[in-house]
Design a protein. Structure first.
Length: 297
């Protein structure tokens, strides 16, 4: 994950000249901004197609160029026709020979960056919806890991029924699992937060400088699925739970904390995590130690 992306010349992007320069938060880093070298790469990819340049031919031409030939042929009388064909490094070949999936992913990334920037209307006090920012930050706290962990621990402490304790114990397990999975993926993917984000979040872990996936979105969908399954609620309250999860996800993009894909994947991941929790459901039968230990306190 940490390996730098490369330009056609095999040079790490962002390591050099003006046209390839990228800053944290630029698309080359997976961040926001909507411009920069991410878009440049995407456009050059399309323009080579539009100009009728087959990427495969581009590869051949590149390999035939004097630059690539230099030093590649042995100095024998046999001439270039009998020499082994020069080869490009693997990653360069992939750049020059994009698959349909590659183009689709790059298009999705471009749309994601554009839409996220458009929706980031509360990213700063001076943004178009800057006055709503305090409300969005309140929502942020409502989905924060600390809020949910402390709330669950408090309810567990106050609970006087075995059934209640069992549900809360599993909610605690779900929250901890979610923190672990999100931290692992953030550390692996290392996608920068959008450039327009202000890093003024309430208590964060070191991996929270990265944005993929949104921890608030995973928690929102995990917790709301959990609540809908294990709490008997009237219909209006059930609708409220779903609305809370949806608005919390949307607020992450509006605050400029995330790109749309971070939140969409976060919702999906949280939903799947609930299935894991349900599958591994802790009960006095399969985890008696946990329940006995808690009961002794
Ligand atoms: C209290 C117990 C039992 C354990 C503590 C475990 C622990 C390490 C808690 C840390 C909680 C914490 C600081 C979570 C960070 C939440 C956060 C800011 C996520 C970022 O969300 P995102 O949507 O911006 O990705």
């Amino acid at each position: 994950m940490a390996s730098p992306r490369r330009s056609v010349e095999g040079r790490p992007l962002g390591a050099s000249a003006s046209s390839n320069s990228s800053s944290p938060g630029s698309p080359a880093h997976g961040g926001g901004g909507g411009g920069g070298s991410g878009r440049f790469e995407f456009q050059s990819l399309l323009s080579s197609r539009a100009a009728g340049v087959d990427p495969t031919c581009a590869r051949l031409r590149a390999s035939e160029s004097p630059v690539h030939r230099r030093g590649s042929f042995p100095l024998t009388a046999a001439g270039p026709s009998q020499a082994p064909p020069p080869t490009l490094p693997e990653e360069d070949r992939m750049d020059l020979n994009p698959s349909f999936l590659g183009i689709a992913l790059r298009s999705l990334l471009a749309i994601d960056l554009w839409l996220s920037k458009k929706l980031g209307v509360c990213a700063g006090e001076s943004s178009s919806w800057g006055s709503v920012r305090p409300l969005m930050k309140l929502l942020e706290i409502s989905g924060h890991g600390i809020t949910w962990l402390l709330g669950t621990l408090y309810c567990l402490y106050r609970s006087d029924s075995w059934a209640g304790r069992e549900v809360l114990m599993n909610l605690l397990f779900a929250l901890l699992l979610d923190l672990l999975v999100v931290a692992l993926i953030k550390g692996l993917v290392r996608r920068r937060r959008p450039a327009h984000n202000q890093m003024d979040m309430f208590v964060t872990l070191s991996v929270d400088k990265y944005s993929f996936p949104s921890g608030h979105a995973t928690r929102a969908s995990l917790v709301s699925r959990f609540i809908l399954k294990h709490l008997v609620l009237a219909i209006p309250l059930r609708v409220l739970v779903i609305l809370w999860a949806f608005i919390l996800g949307l607020s992450r993009v509006m605050l400029g904390r995330h790109n749309v894909t971070d939140v969409a994947f976060g919702f999906f991941l949280g939903y799947m995590q609930y299935s894991i929790v349900d599958y591994c459901w802790l009960s006095p039968h399969n985890a008696p130690v946990l329940f006995i230990l808690w009961n002794q306190q």
